[in-house]
Design a protein around this ligand. Structure first.
Ligand SMILES: [Zn+2]
Length: 346
């Protein structure tokens, strides 16, 4: 029987792992439609009217206006406060064990269904308008991945991006501007090494739980492997997603350049406003730019989980020897699903 579910690639993991660049690079896939961090759109797009990746304010973006029209009869039909309450009652890290415990006919299950129905409608509309069957949602959060793994009309494939915890902690210690906010000067939050380490541990553990408990295939992608051989890593992700790779990744396997096009991405890293060729370079600023005490804190607190991904102290094992960097579940997904609402390539 043909699979009528729509394919959704969920790019997940802790923030500052390079997942935005991976998501945007996947925009080169002929059949992909990257949407950004969709779970944040309720506050950031509908309330604050932050900029879309195309540079326009959300309310002025024709793509998202059309998505709202097709999905809900217009965004003004959405009661944002109600959605945020629903989100809070379902899409939080503390709910993950319950989300992965199986579907039961209870009020929680009804809320999960109501919540995921919103995304199913958004994805279906984006698919129709773009003519591209493969939605890419880089919402990152494990609770959103866990909720979507229960959505009946979503064929979820999880790309779990992992980075050395020292690199993640160093990145979160830096001051970064938020160009998507135009009404005033705004910056991203900063977190301490301890906060980042605990988040890092929790996220990896919960993604492992998702892999074991759900039927959604999951591929681990290490940041270090991606920046070492971008074309190779992107080809592997394309294969996992059941998508034809971009020609450039096949024709120029040693290239370190990915080309970023204009994409209608909501929320997420400021990198999404970048267009044109971008050279992928390893960022190992943490080696020299981080205090020894901070490094020791991160190494100690991530000790239970880090070795699973080939990270030992300040070292990173090569991809060849880090078995866990390979697919953790066989890519059972086949490129056979063709959503009934799909249109021809635009
Ligand atoms: Zn746009």
């Amino acid at each position: 029987m043909a699979d009528s579910r729509g394919r959704v690639a969920f790019v997940g993991g802790v923030g500052r792992t390079g997942s935005t660049l991976i998501e945007l690079a996947l925009g080169q896939l002929p059949e992909a439609c990257p949407l950004g961090e969709v779970r944040h759109m309720w506050e950031r797009s509908l309330v604050e009217d932050q900029r879309c990746g195309c540079g326009r304010a959300f309310s002025g973006c024709p793509f998202w206006t059309e998505v709202g029209q097709r999905a809900f009869g217009g965004w003004n039909r959405i009661d944002v406060q109600k959605v945020l309450e629903l989100k809070d009652s379902v899409d939080k890290t503390r709910h993950v064990p319950r989300l992965l415990a199986g579907v039961r006919p209870d009020p929680f299950d009804a809320r999960v269904r109501e919540y995921t129905d919103l995304y199913e409608k958004i994805y279906a509309a984006a698919r129709e308008i773009s003519g591209r069957p493969l939605i890419i949602d880089s919402s990152k959060h494990i609770s959103m991945a866990a909720a979507l793994s229960r959505a009946p009309r979503v064929d979820l494939r999880v790309v779990h991006v992992v980075r050395h915890p020292l690199g993640v902690a160093h990145s979160w210690s830096k001051v970064k501007a938020r160009p998507e906010i135009t009404s005033h000067e705004a910056f991203m939050p900063q977190y301490t090494p301890t906060q980042v380490s605990l988040q890092w541990d929790a996220h990896q553990a919960l993604f492992e739980l998702l892999r074991m408990r759900s039927h959604s295939p999951q591929l681990k992608v290490r940041y270090e492997d991606f920046v070492a051989e971008p074309a190779r890593a992107l080809r592997e992700i394309a294969e996992f997603l059941g998508a034809r790779p971009a020609d450039a990744w096949v024709d120029e396997p040693a290239s370190r350049t990915v080309t970023l096009d204009v994409q209608h991405t909501v929320a997420g890293n400021p990198l999404r406003f970048t267009q044109g060729p971008v050279e992928v370079r390893p960022d190992e600023g943490w080696r020299t730019g981080m205090q020894s005490r901070s490094k020791a804190t991160v190494v100690a607190l991530t000790l239970p989980m880090a070795p699973l991904y080939g990270y030992s102290g300040t070292r990173t094992r090569s991809a060849r020897s880090a078995q866990s960097a390979r697919p953790s579940a066989p890519p059972s997904a086949q490129p056979s699903d063709q959503p009934s609402d799909q249109q021809g390539d635009s």
